[in-house]
Design a protein around this ligand. Structure first.
Ligand code: C2O
Length: 573
C-alpha cells in the first residue's frame, strides 16, 4: 500500500509538471476514467501438482495470476519487477494500446525483456474497451504459468446488454508442464522437432480428478438453483485449442474477445489460445454436481496431444458432498463442425462500423514447413518430419525473433537487421490446401528473416489468411496486437473472391481468429494506431517456428496520430 501510494504521489507530481503536454494527449480520450495501479512482481512459487513439487514462474506468487480490474476508459499502470532468474515481459492481450505501443509487451518486438532484478512500468488507457481480456508473459514459453484475467466493467451506471448475472466467475483454461518452460523451448528448438504434450490441462490452475494426485486439485463453483451466472472464459493455453462444456447446461455467448455479441446459445464452445468468451449459464437443472470439462481440439494430422480432459465442478448448493458428478460430453478431438457452429453464431451486437472500401489488400498464407537439415548431428537436431527441421511461416517467411526491440530500432531509425519487405501476397498462387506438399514442385520451403510489413497511417486494410496443407492443414488462432479486427468472412478450402460470402453488417470484432482448418478467414481494420504490432499464431510452438509477422504502422499527422517518445525506464537488450 505504502509503495503504490508513494508511487501515486510521485506520478501526481510528474503529471503536474507535464500537465500541459499531457492534456494535449488526453484531450481525445473520454473523460472520467480513473487510474488503476498494480504492482506485479515476477516471482517463483513452489507448487504441488500431478504428484510432483516444483517451482513455477508467477506474478505475485499467484497461479493463475492477479486479476487486473478496471472500468471502460480507465488508465492502467502496472509496475513490473522481475525477481526471477528469467527474462520477463507482460503482454496485455486484447488491449488496443492506443498510442502506447511501448507498453504492449512482446519481447524483441516492442521492448527488450525485463531482466532479472529490473523493473519496467506499463501504462495504457482502456479506450472504449470493456469485457474480458487477459494478460500473459511474452517471453519464451513463460506464459504457460504467467497469466491472469483483465476484467473491464462498463462505465458507472451502464448496464450489461443482457440479464444482470447473479454472480460472475472467471474460468481460465490452461496447460501445465512438469518442466522448466524456458528450457523446454530451448530443447524443442534445438531438436528441430515437435513439442512434448502438456502433462495436464487446467481450469483456473487445477487439473481436476482425471489426473494422478489431483482428486482435490479441482476448481469448483457453488451455484444457487435458479440463478444465472456469467462465466468469463479465457483461453490461456499454450500449444492446444480446447473445447469447453458443462454437463446438462446451455451456454449463451454474450461477448467474444471483449466485445458484445448477439446472444447465441450452444452446448459447447471452443477456445483457442488468445480467445476470451463471456457466457451466461442458468442453474436450471436438478440439484446436483455437474462437470465443467475442457478437452482437446486438434485439427492437424499426426500431432500428439494430451487426451485426458480437465474437470471442474458446477455444484448446486444443497447437493450432497459425495454426489456423483454428471459427466460432460466433450466433442471428439477433431470435431471441426462443432467449431464452425459456434463461429457461425458470433455476430456483433450492433451494426458494425466495417471498412467498406479497402486501400491495402493483403493475402497471407499460414502454415507449417519442413526445412532441410543443416546439422552435422541430424539425430540430435533434425527431429522434424523426414529428418528435417520443423518451421512455420506466413507467405513462406519464417519470422526470426531478433535480439533487439524492433520498435526501438524503427523509432530511432537505426538499421539493426530487420527489413521492411514482407510480401503482401505469396510469390505464387497454387492450390494451397491440397496442391503442394512440402518442397515440390512448388517452392514451399520457408525463408528465414525478420521481415516487417509497413502500413500507411489510416489505411483501411483487409487481410485474407489462408491455411496451407504444406505439412498438414490446421486451425491456427491468429492474433493481432494493437487492434481488434472485423472477421468479415471465412470458409473452407482456398479463398475464392467470386464465391466468398462477406458479412459487412454485423461481423464479430475480435483480436484472435481461429482460421478454419484447410480454410481461410478475411479480416478488416483501419491502421490508425502507429507502432510495431506483432501478428502471430497463438499456438506457442508455431510462434517459435516462425508463424509471425510484425506490422509497422506509420505515424499520421500531429500528436494524436504520432507514437510518443519511449518511456525512460524502457529496458535495454
Ligand atoms: Cu496473446 Cu503476442 O500474444
Amino acid at each position: 500500500m505504502v509503495n503504490s501510494f508513494t508511487y501515486g504521489l510521485i506520478r501526481l507530481l510528474l503529471l503536474s509538471v507535464f500537465a500541459h503536454n499531457m492534456l494535449h494527449v488526453m484531450a481525445q480520450w473520454p473523460n472520467g476514467g480513473s487510474t488503476r495501479y498494480y504492482d506485479f512482481k515476477v516471482q517463483m512459487l513452489k507448487v504441488n501438482k500431478l504428484c510432483q513439487t516444483r517451482e513455477i514462474v508467477t506474478i505475485n506468487q499467484k497461479y493463475p495470476g492477479p486479476v487486473v480490474y478496471a472500468q471502460e476508459d480507465d488508465r492502467v499502470i502496472v509496475k513490473l519487477k522481475n525477481e526471477t532468474p528469467y527474462n520477463a515481459t507482460i503482454h496485455w492481450h486484447g488491449v488496443r494500446q492506443i498510442l502506447s505501443c511501448w507498453s504492449d509487451g512482446p519481447s524483441y518486438i516492442t521492448q527488450c525483456p525485463v531482466q532479472s532484478g529490473q523493473t519496467f512500468t506499463y501504462e495504457f488507457t482502456l479506450v472504449k474497451q470493456k469485457g474480458t481480456l487477459f494478460w500473459h508473459a511474452h517471453f519464451s514459453w513463460l506464459r504457460a504459468t504467467v497469466y491472469g484475467a483483465i476484467i473491464i466493467y462498463p462505465k458507472k451506471g451502464v448496464p450489461y446488454p443482457f440479464i444482470h448475472p447473479y454472480e460472475e466467475h472467471t474460468v481460465i483454461l490452461g496447460e501445465y508442464w512438469n518442466r522448466d518452460l524456458v528450457e523446454l523451448e530451448r530443447i524443442v528448438t534445438a531438436s528441430g522437432g515437435g513439442a512434448p504434450v502438456a502433462d495436464a490441462y487446467t481450469i483456473n490452475g487445477h487439473p481436476g480428478p482425471n489426473y494422478n494426485c489431483s482428486t482435490n486439485d479441482v476448481y469448483k463453483i457453488n451455484v444457487v438453483p435458479g440463478k444465472t451466472y456469467m462465466l468469463r472464459l479465457i483461453g490461456a493455453l499454450l500449444n492446444m485449442e480446447s473445447f469447453f462444456t458443462i454437463a446438462n447446461h446451455k451456454l449463451t455467448i454474450v461477448e467474444a474477445d471483449g466485445e458484445y455479441t448477439k446472444p447465441f446459445t450452444t452446448d459447447r464452445v471452443m477456445l483457442g489460445p488468445g480467445h476470451t468468451l463471456n457466457v451466461l449459464v442458468t442453474a436450471d437443472q436438478k440439484i446436483g454436481r455437474y462437470s465443467m470439462a475442457m478437452g482437446p481440439y486438434m485439427s492437424a494430422q499426426n500431432v500428439a496431444f494430451q487426451n485426458i480432459s480437465s474437470i471442474a465442478y458446477f455444484q448446486y448448493i444443497g447437493a450432497t458432498p459425495n454426489s456423483v458428478t454428471l459427466p460432460a460430453p466433450l466433442p471428439k478431438f477433431n470435431d471441426n463442425l462443432a467449431v464452425k457452429t459456434v463461429m457461425d453464431g458470433l455476430k456483433s451486437l450492433e451494426v458494425a462500423n466495417v471498412p467498406k472500401e479497402i486501400e491495402t489488400n493483403l493475402f497471407f498464407t499460414i502454415g507449417l514447413n519442413v526445412n532441410k537439415c543443416g546439422s552435422k548431428t541430424p539425430n540430435k537436431n533434425c527431429q522434424g518430419l523426414n529428418g528435417g527441421v520443423m518451421a512455420a511461416s506466413m507467405n513462406n517467411n519464417s519470422f526470426i525473433r531478433p535480439n533487439f526491440s524492433i520498435l526501438r530500432a524503427y523509432y530511432e531509425h537505426v538499421n539493426r537487421g530487420f527489413t521492411m519487405d514482407f510480401p503482401g501476397s505469396p510469390i505464387r498462387f497454387y492450390d494451397f490446401v491440397n496442391g503442394a506438399p512440402n518442397s515440390a514442385p512448388n517452392d514451399t520451403g520457408s525463408v528465414n528473416g525478420t521481415r516487417t510489413k509497413v502500413l500507411e497511417y489510416g489505411s483501411r486494410v483487409q487481410i485474407i489468411l489462408q491455411d496451407t496443407g504444406t505439412v498438414t492443414t490446421e486451425n491456427h488462432p491468429i492474433h493481432l496486437h494493437g487492434y481488434s479486427f472485423y472477421v468479415v468472412g471465412y470458409g473452407n478450402g482456398n479463398y475464392n473472391p467470386q464465391t466468398a460470402y462477406f458479412n459487412l453488417v454485423d461481423p464479430p470484432y475480435m483480436n484472435t481468429i481461429g482460421v478454419p482448418v484447410g480454410g481461410w478467414a478475411a479480416i478488416r481494420f483501419v491502421a490508425d494506431n502507429p507502432g510495431v504490432w506483432f501478428m502471430h499464431c497463438h499456438l506457442e510452438i508455431h510462434l517459435t517456428w516462425g508463424l509471425a509477422v510484425a506490422l509497422v504502422v506509420k505515424n499520421g499527422q500531429g500528436p494524436m496520430e504520432t507514437l510518443p517518445h519511449p518511456p525512460a525506464d524502457m529496458p535495454r537488450c
